[in-house]
Design a protein around this ligand. Sequence first.
Ligand SMILES: [Cu+2]
Length: 341
Amino acid sequence: MIKLLVYVAIVLLIITIAQLVRVFELAAELKGSKNNEVSYKDHRNQGRMMFGFLFLFMAFCLWQCLKYKDSILPEAASVHGKDLDWLMWFNMSLISIVFVIINILLFYFTYKYYSRPDSQAVYYPHNNKLELIWTIVPAAVLAVIIILGLKMWNTITEPASNDAIVIELYAKQFDWSARYAGKDNQLGHSNYKNIGGSNALGMDTLDPKGVDDIIVRNELHIPVGKQVEFKINSRDVIHSAFMPHFRIQMNAVPGMVTSMHMTPSITSEEMRKRPEVVDQMKRINDLRAKDGKEPYEFNYVLLCNKICGASHYNMQMNVVVDTPDQYEAWLAKQKPFLAKN
Ligand SMILES: [Cu+2]
């Protein structure tokens, strides 16, 4: 009901403004002044307001940076993540510098060169030297960014080392399953045609490579300091496997297997003790306490980063980075899927 009233109020406001404009137009007509003529005073006021806006706008941008600076991700928890963060901040610095310079020039020039009665614009149609500079400089800078980005992309997607732990991430509306390759470190064959009953991942029960495969749904465990290769698959629509703390993401595409790999560098327990994480969790839990909700504990997460349907927001799985001993102990407790069924 309130929503409807708000809409009605907005419509009435628009009608009122339109009517007011009409009144001003009629009043101006009666006074005999020309409607479409912009006076020197108008130009000057517009120019000054543009200059004023420059300061307001810059102050607003600065305020946003300061207000949200503590909401950014904590230190990268993977080996390549540190380089990726460096690249992100390198990009961010470039963008920020260009952003500030361009906006200062844009609004200052609008103020400096507002129309005056005795001034006339210069006709300046072309300058080869200028064209060359503003084509070559951005092209060179973009080339550097793209080359660095491609190098980073390759470190995540190039073939993983032979002893990397192989884990399949299987997406469906709306949850994740993870399948560990087991002792032989080879995933058994699977096909969507086999999906049925308890075989939610369509495993081929006759493939010997799959006999020791382990499937987990609630929590993904990986050991610190060891390369993990993810083979990503989807049952229905395109999802995206996103692990922000490790700085990796890859689409999950039905009918094909995509892959990426990374080496976790900080265990979950170590991460929970980092000052920036303690601060962040405190802020989140203060808010939750106000709503009478249970406090959260920090966890690495695997999220879906493609809007894949109604419960997309709910599609996540906790990721636990263990010490090698903890990981072995956890793994020893898991039963192969085929032994269970
Ligand atoms: Cu999804």
